[in-house]
Design a protein around this ligand. Structure first.
Ligand code: ARG
Length: 662
C-alpha cells in the first residue's frame, strides 16, 4: 500500500469536486501538497493546499480547508481530519487501519509494496567505462547509482534492461595500439596483458598530454597577461573616477580576478605535466622522439575504424583482456548487466544514421563536417567530422534507434557524469527531431568524487585513484573494525578468522557503495573511508549493524522467527513506539516510489536511516524478549522481524548485502 499517493488521490478527488477539473487551480498539483507531518503531535500527514487555494479564490484558507475536508473521503484510513492554524489539514491514521496494514505487510513477501501499473520498459545505460584504461574512482558512481536504479525499478515491477555502453571503439584504442607498436614489453605483456596495456595507455596518454601542454602553454600565458592587463585597467579606471566602486564594478572586478585565477591554475597544471616528463632525462628523450604522437594516435584510431587489418587484429586481441579486468571488478561489487553492447557494436550503423539525418534535411555540411543545428544551442552537434570519422554523438544516436526498435524502450536513462550534460541535451533534442519523440530520454547526472582537499580525488602524484586499490583498502579497514568490534563483545568474540574475512568483505564493499548512494547524486561528494565505515550515522556499516542486532535478538531468545511469522500471531500497536515503528515500516513503499521519481537512491538511504532510528527508539522503550506476556512478545518480535526484512530488502535494492552477525 502506498499511503502518501493514496491520500493524495483522495485529496485530488475532493479538490476536483470543490473547484472542478479545469478550475482556477490544478487539483492534482494541489494534492501533491499532502506531506508527511513534521511533528507527530499534529498527526501523521499534513495538507497545506488550502492556503494557496484560498489565496486564489480570495477566501479565508480556514474556510477553504473546511470545504475540502467536507468533501474528503478518508474515513476508512484516518481519524476525523483536524484543521489547525491558518488552514493546515492534519490527518492521523486510524489505529485499526494501521494494525490491519502492518499485519498484511508481515504476511506479504513484498512487504506491502505494490507492483507498478502500468509497468514501463526502461533501459538503463550505466557504468559504461572506456575500456582501455583502468577503472578509477569516478566510475564507481555511475556503476553503483545505475545498479541501484535498476534493482529498484525491477522490484517495483518495471521491465528493466541494463546496458553497459562500453567505450570500446574510441581514441583510447588508438593510444594502446600506438603504445603497443612502439613501447610494448613482450614479457610483461605475456605475464599480464591487462597490466601492460594499462601501462601503455598511461605512457602514451602522458606523452600526448606533454606535447599538448607544450603546444598550448604559450597561448595560455599570453591569455593570462591580457587578463591581468584588463584587471589592472579596470582598477585604474576605477581609481581615476574617484568614486567608491559600486556593486556592478565590484562584480566586474571579481569576474576578471576569477578568470585570472582559473588561467593560472590551467597554466600550473600544464607546467606540472611538462615537468613530470622533463625531470626524467630518459622520459624526456622518448618524448622528443615521439613529437607527433597526438596526431599519430588519431591516425591509429582512424585506421582501426577504416578496417586496417593489423589494427583490427590488435583490437580483437586487446578487447577480451580489457573486458576481463572490468569483469573482475563487477564481480567483486556484484553488478551485472543484461547487455554490454559497446560503441563498437554500432560501427556498421553510423553511416546510415548520418545519411538518414541528411535525407530528412536534419543535418547539413558546415566547414566540411556534417552538423545537426539545434535551436537553443550555440554550437551544432557534429555527427561526422571533416575527415569522415563518426563521433560519440553519432554512436549515441544509433544506440537510441537500436534500443527503441529492438527493446521497445519507453524510457532510456543515462547514468553519466554531469559534465556530459550538454552532450545529452543535444542528443535528446536531435533524437526528438529524428522522430524518437515517444521515448522518454533522461540524463541521470552526478557530481564528482572529491578528495579531502575538496578537489577531484587523485593520488598524491596526481593520478586518478584506481578502483581495485580503493576496494582493497576498504576491505582491509573493515577487517580491523570487525575484529575490534568482535573482540569487544561482552561474552567474548563470536567470529572465527574465516568469518571475520567474509564479514569484512561484505562490509568494506558496502561502505563504498552506500557512501556514494547516500549522497545526493547532483552534488560532489568527499571520499572519506573513515566516515563511510563509521558504526554510527547514515552508513552501510550502521545499517548492517542494525540488521545484525535484530538477528541477535532472535538468537538470544532462541526464536524461530520463520515459524512465528507463519503462525499468524497478530501484531498489536498499543505503545506509541510500536505505532511509530509500524508507520515507518509502512512508508517503505512510498520511499521506493519517491526514490525512482527523479532517480535518487539517497531517498532510500535516508528512509533506511530513519527506520533504524525509529527502531532504536522502539527497542529502547519496548522490551521484546522480556515483554509482559507471550502475545506482546510475539507481536514485538514480528515488528523486529519486519524491520530486519525492510532493511535487508532496501539494502538489497541498493546492491548491498547484510550479515547475520558482525
Ligand atoms: N564511455 C563514456 C565515458 O566514459 C560514457 C558513456 C555513457 N553512455 C552513453 N550512452 N553515452 O565518458
Amino acid at each position: 500500500m502506498n499511503i502518501l499517493p493514496e491520500l493524495r488521490d483522495r485529496f485530488r478527488a475532493a479538490l476536483v469536486e470543490l473547484i472542478g477539473n479545469a478550475g482556477v487551480a490544478d487539483a492534482a498539483e494541489l494534492a501533491t501538497m499532502v506531506r508527511t507531518a513534521q511533528d507527530p503531535r499534529f498527526g501523521d500527514y499534513q495538507a497545506n493546499c488550502a492556503m494557496p487555494l484560498g489565496k486564489q479564490l480570495g477566501r479565508p484558507p480556514r474556510d477553504v480547508a473546511g470545504e475540502i475536508v467536507d468533501r474528503l473521503d478518508v474515513e476508512d484510513m484516518c481519524e476525523a481530519p483536524e484543521i489547525a492554524g491558518p488552514g493546515f489539514i492534519n490527518l492521523r491514521l486510524k489505529p485499526e487501519w494501521l494494525v490491519a496494514q502492518i499485519n498484511a505487510a508481515c504476511r506479504d513477501a513484498r512487504l506491502g509494496v505494490p507492483l507498478a501499473s502500468p509497468a514501463r520498459r526502461i533501459v538503463v545505460d550505466f557504468s559504461s567505462p572506456n575500456v582501455a584504461k583502468p577503472m578509477h574512482v569516478g566510475h564507481i558512481r555511475s556503476t553503483v547509482i545505475g545498479d541501484a536504479i535498476c534493482r529498484t525499478l525491477k522490484y517495483l515491477g518495471h521491465e528493466v534492461t541494463s546496458d553497459n555502453h562500453l567505450g570500446d571503439w574510441g581514441t583510447q584504442f588508438g593510444m594502446i595500439i600506438y603504445g603497443f607498436k612502439h613501447f610494448v614489453n613482450r614479457d610483461a605483456y605475456a605475464a599480464s596483458p591487462v597490466a601492460e596495456l594499462g601501462r601503455l595507455y598511461k605512457l602514451v596518454n602522458q606523452l600526448v598530454e606533454y606535447h599538448g601542454s607544450v603546444e598550448r602553454l604559450p597561448a595560455l600565458r599570453q591569455q593570462l597577461e591580457q587578463q591581468i592587463a584588463a584587471a589592472q585597467e579596470l582598477a585604474r579606471q576605477q581609481a581615476e573616477s574617484g568614486k567608491p566602486a559600486d556593486k556592478a564594478a565590484k562584480k566586474a572586478r571579481r569576474r576578471l580576478d576569477d578568470k585570472v585565477t582559473a588561467t593560472q591554475a590551467d597554466i600550473a597544471s600544464l607546467e606540472g605535466k611538462i615537468a613530470a616528463v622533463n625531470q626524467d632525462t630518459e622520459f624526456a628523450a622518448i618524448a622528443a622522439q615521439h613529437s607527433a604522437i597526438g596526431t599519430a594516435v588519431l591516425e591509429e584510431t582512424a585506421r582501426l575504424h577504416a578496417g586496417d587489418a593489423t589494427n583490427r587484429q590488435l583490437w580483437e586481441e586487446f578487447l577480451p583482456a580489457c573486458r576481463l579486468a572490468m569483469e573482475q571488478i563487477y564481480q567483486r561489487i556484484q553488478v551485472t548487466f543484461d547487455h554490454e553492447l559497446g560503441e563498437s557494436f554500432y560501427q556498421d550503423r553510423l553511416a546510415k544514421v548520418v545519411a538518414d539525418f541528411e535525407s530528412h534535411g536534419l543535418a547539413r555540411e558546415s566547414e566540411g563536417a556534417t552538423c545537426v543545428f539545434l535551436a537553443d544551442f550555440d554550437t551544432p552537434m557534429i555527427i561526422r567530422k571533416q575527415d569522415g570519422a563518426f563521433l560519440y554523438a553519432t554512436t549515441d544516436l544509433a544506440t537510441i534507434q537500436y534500443r527503441v526498435q529492438e527493446w521497445q524502450a519507453d524510457e532510456i536513462l543515462y547514468v553519466v557524469d554531469h559534465r556530459q550534460g550538454e552532450h545529452f541535451a543535444k542528443l535528446f533534442e536531435a533524437a526528438r527531431l529524428w522522430g524518437f519523440n515517444r521515448t522518454h530520454l533522461q540524463h541521470i547526472a552526478f557530481g564528482t568524487v572529491l578528495g579531502k582537499d575538496g578537489k577531484p580525488f587523485k593520488t598524491r602524484s596526481g593520478e586518478t585513484v584506481g578502483l581495485v586499490g580503493l576496494l582493497d583498502d576498504a576491505v582491509a579497514r573493515a577487517r580491523d573494525i570487525v575484529a575490534a568490534n568482535d573482540d569487544a563483545k561482552k561474552n567474548g568474540p563470536e567470529l572465527d578468522e574465516a568469518e571475520r574475512d567474509r564479514v569484512a568483505d561484505v562490509i568494506g564493499h558496502a561502505a563504498i557503495k552506500y557512501a556514494d548512494l547516500s549522497h545526493n547524486r547532483s552534488s560532489d561528494y568527499e571520499f572519506d573511508q573513515e566516515k563511510m565505515l563509521a558504526m554510527q550515522g547514515n552508513t552501510a556499516t550502521y545499517m548492517q549493524y542494525s540488521f545484525a542486532r535484530v538477528n541477535g535478538i532472535f538468537s538470544r531468545g532462541n526464536v524461530d522467527i520463520e515459524s512465528l511469522r507463519r503462525s499468524g500471531a497478530p501484531i498489536r500497536l498499543d505503545d506509541s513506539h510500536e505505532r511509530a515503528l509500524a508507520l515507518e515500516i509502512l512508508k517503505f513503499s512510498d520511499a521506493l516510489l519517491e526514490s525512482v521519481d527523479d532517480y535518487r537512491p539517497n531517498v532510500l538511504t535516508g528512509y533506511l536511516y530513519e527506520l533504524t532510528k525509529t527502531f532504536s527508539g522502539f527497542f529502547e522503550h519496548c522490551p521484546v524478549l522480556k515483554a509482559e506476556d507471550e502475545a506482546v512478545r510475539a507481536s514485538r518480535l514480528l515488528l523486529c522481524d519486519l524491520t530486519a526484512r525492510v532493511i535487508r530488502c532496501g539494502l538489497g535494492l541498493l546492491g548491498i548485502d547484510v550479515v547475520h552477525r558482525m
